[in-house]
Design a protein. Structure first.
Length: 246
């Protein structure tokens, strides 16, 4: 399934519907839609822009409203793509393997990103620019810190509209409060089979290097995508920040 980089995220067909700025792919075929012709029984697959290494599935993310990555952000080569799915896989039941990529050609170099754990961020340099990938599913994640390497890096937290994925409805900028909330995220338990909720915002973590990490947050369920189960204090802070601007 192709990740919508306009501020809405990818749809998880078998797990739950999420426009991630991502979060939510299927751990098998990662397709957003499939149609089957009765005459030919051929499935048409629309892949998410993902890569998989070390058991971790990463999806391409929008860098807006933050800055774009440059070559100065790239660390050493982390690994290379082994297999491109688009054009080579027609089975919607295909289970992705380490080394797979939806759209990157075999042999494409995958780089670490300076300042970040490679279990969180990786990047690929393409003719159109640098694509940033962030971890979506990690079978080894037990705490939020295993999915989001943002400790000590967040300048402020923006709460973004679910309607357009762009409009900032509120912001949390007090350094002590930001530090407290980020600690809640990093120490929260993880359940990547969680189904989300109904009342959603996007949470934009504005980082010190000028980039932004954006995740869906279901206020009623207390879940930060993907599968980070936050205490009520986080949701109360979000509601308070939004109410200031109402």
């Amino acid at each position: 399934m192709r990740n919508n980089l306009s501020g809405k995220h990818s749809i998880l067909p078998t797990l739950f519907v999420v426009l991630l700025f991502f979060p939510g792919l299927v751990s098998c075929a990662f397709l957003s839609s499939q149609s089957v012709s009765p005459a030919t029984s051929n499935a048409v697959i629309d892949w998410v822009n993902f890569i998989k290494f070390g058991g971790i599935t990463y999806v391409a993310v929008s860098l807006k409203p933050g800055r774009s990555l440059t070559t100065h952000d790239l660390g050493p080569v982390f690994t290379t793509v082994q297999f491109k799915l688009e054009g080579n896989v027609q089975d919607p039941g295909y289970h992705s393997k380490n080394g797979d990529a939806a759209f990157l050609n075999s042999g494409t170099k995958i780089y670490a990103v300076k300042g970040y754990n490679p279990t969180f961020r990786l990047a690929a340099q393409e003719s159109t620019g640098i694509t940033l990938y962030e971890a979506d599913t990690n079978p080894y994640a037990r705490k939020g810190k295993d999915l989001l390497d943002i400790g000590g890096k967040v300048q402020y937290i923006g709460i973004v509209s679910n309607q357009d994925g762009v409009t900032e409805l509120g912001a949390i900028k007090d350094p002590k409060q930001v530090a407290t909330l980020i600690n809640l995220v990093l120490q929260a338990s993880v359940n990547q089979n969680s189904q989300g909720g109904n009342q959603r915002y996007f949470i934009a973590f504005h980082l010190a290097d000028g980039t932004v990490v954006t995740r869906s947050f279901w206020l009623d369920a207390g879940e930060l995508a993907r599968g980070i189960l936050l205490p009520d204090a986080f949701g109360l802070a979000v509601k308070a920040a939004v109410s200031v601007n109402q």
